[in-house]
Write a protein that binds this ligand. Structure first.
Ligand code: SF4
Length: 228
């Protein structure tokens, strides 16, 4: 059965990440913006209900496709990411509906605040997925395995359509309350699904930071400027 986790993690709205999503690159932040970020972070941290589910499968990698459990995925980019992995984890996580409610609320009365909530929500889900990933990493290390960078449907040639299969395999709707729109977008919007390869080679593992903040500049899996 998939392993599903409720909110026992300390999901944080990382200020630096929020500023990055807002497009700040070292510029001065005025006190009004500073206050909005603090308020949005406090509201989201209090109102969100992060949940996740993940499960490990066998993994076979071919040149332009991979097989994870029974799921066959045609994607050269994912195959490259999982090269050498004989196991892979499917993961789904969400911070819940609070961010979407707040975005809707501020969209009619305060567009600046709405933008800040969008960015803060994106920082929250990233920080939460990092925490879940750390737990997966800890368990994998006991078996001498290390994590490859997570890779989500919609990246490169990994088609968004595979969300349906991941949802089914992890029972996402039932376990953590995420649904898919017709276009395979997730609701609540601050949700993530991902594949994480497990490798026995530590030198091929991911430092589990945002790539743009990671010091591993020679990493072959580096992705610049990814957003949630
Ligand atoms: S650059 Fe760092 S964070 Fe990005 S994939 Fe490589 S090891 Fe992971």
């Amino acid at each position: 059965m998939p392993d599903s986790r409720k909110a026992r993690f300390s999901m944080r709205a990382d200020r630096k990440e929020t500023l990055r999503y807002l497009g700040y690159r070292g510029q001065e932040i005025d006190s009004k913006m500073e206050r909005m970020i603090e308020e949005a972070a406090a509201e989201l941290e209090q109102q969100s209900s992060p949940k996740s589910v993940y499960r490990e499968y066998s993994c076979q990698v071919f040149e332009d496709r991979v097989r994870i459990g029974e799921l066959e995925i045609e994607s050269r980019n994912l195959a490259r990411n999982l090269k050498g992995c004989s196991r892979a984890v499917l993961l789904a996580a969400t911070i819940g509906r609070a961010a979407d409610f707040m975005i809707r609320k501020y969209s009619v009365c305060n567009m600046a605040k709405m933008t800040v909530v969008q960015a803060t929500g994106a920082a929250c889900i990233e920080s939460y997925v990092d925490e879940v990933q750390e737990e997966i990493q800890k368990n994998a290390r006991k078996r001498g395995l290390y994590l490859r960078p997570r890779f989500s449907p919609g990246y490169g040639d990994f088609a968004l359509e595979y969300q349906k299969d991941i949802f089914q395999m992890l029972e996402c709707s039932k376990r953590i309350g995420i649904t898919l729109t017709e276009g395979n977008l997730m609701m609540p919007s601050k949700s993530v699904t991902a594949v994480i390869g497990l490798t026995g080679r530590e030198q091929e593992s991911c430092q589990m930071k945002n790539c743009s903040l990671c010091a591993k500049t020679d990493c072959e899996f580096r992705q610049e400027g990814e957003d949630s």
